[in-house]
Write a protein that binds this ligand. Sequence first.
Ligand code: UTP
Length: 279
Amino acid sequence: MIKKCLFPVAGYGTRFLPATKAMPKEMLPIVNKPLVQYGVEEALDAGLFEIAFVTGRGKRTINDHFDTSYELEHQIAGTDKEQYLHGIRSVIERAVFSTTRQSQMKGLGHAILTGQTLIGDEPFGVILADDLCFNPGGDSVMAQMVKIFRQVRCSIVAVQEVPPDQIHKFGVIAGEQVRDDLYRVTNMVEKPAADEAPSNLAIIGRYILTQDIFDYIKDTPPGKNGEIQITDALLRQAKAGCVMAYKFKGLRFDCGSIDGFVEATNYCYEHFYKKQAAR
Ligand code: UTP
C-alpha cells in the first residue's frame, strides 16, 4: 500500500559545524552506524522498501553508503571482519534507492516537493534522519504510522509532548482529540513562541503524506525564515480535508543537536552495541 519513503537530506547541518563542513550530517555515526542507516532500517521495518533521497551538494557519501563497495568486500571476504558488513548488506539487498537533488535550500516543504519526481502519485512516508526514533520491543514509529494510515487514509504527522522552553524549536499543532493518541489537526504553527503555541504537541521528523500534498506545497509561499514550510502546506491540507496527528509510542532523540546526539549515542551504546558485543 505505502511502499515509498522520502528522506530529505539536503540541509546544511549548521548546528554540527565543523563536523558537517565536508560531511553530511546524516552520515554522522551513532556508535558505529550512520544516522541515515537507522532511518532506512526504520522505513524497511515499516514495509517501505523504495527509498528516495533528496540530496544536495556534498552529500554523495550517502549514496555511496547504500552501494556495494567491491574493493572492501573483496578485501575482507572470508575474514572474521566480514560480519561487520552484514547489517548494511542486508539493507542494500532489501531496498531500492533513488536520488534527486535540491539545488537550493528553500526549506523542508521545498525539499519534499523536489522529491515528487521520485514519489509520483501515491501516499508516502517521510523520515528526517536526524530525528532518531526507537520503540524497544514494539513497532517502529513509521510502522505505527502505517497502521494508523490504513484506518484514516489521510496525511499523518507524528507528535510528542514537549515542555514550554523547547516548543519554539518545533511545528506545533492544535487538534480535536479523537482517541487518546490521535488528533484531527485544526491548526499548525511553525516554531511559535511559548506563549503563542496552540498546544504542547510538537511535530517530529516522521510523516505520512498523501500525494495531494504536492499541490498544497506548490501553493505555499515562503513562511518562517523565508523557507517553504511543510507545516504551512499541511495546514492548508488540514483545512481542505484531513490531517491527523499521532502521539507515537517510543523514544525520539534530536540528533541535529549536540545534546540529543550525545544522548542517542549513550542510549545506543547501552541498549544495542554492548548487548551485541556480549553475544
Ligand atoms: P533542519 O532544520 O534540521 O536543517 O532540517 P539542517 O540544515 O539539516 O540543520 P541545521 O539546522 O542547519 O543544523 C530538517 C530536515 O530537512 C532537511 C534537512 O536535511 C533535515 O533532514 N532539509 C531542510 C532539506 O532537505 N532541505 C532544506 O532546504 C531544508
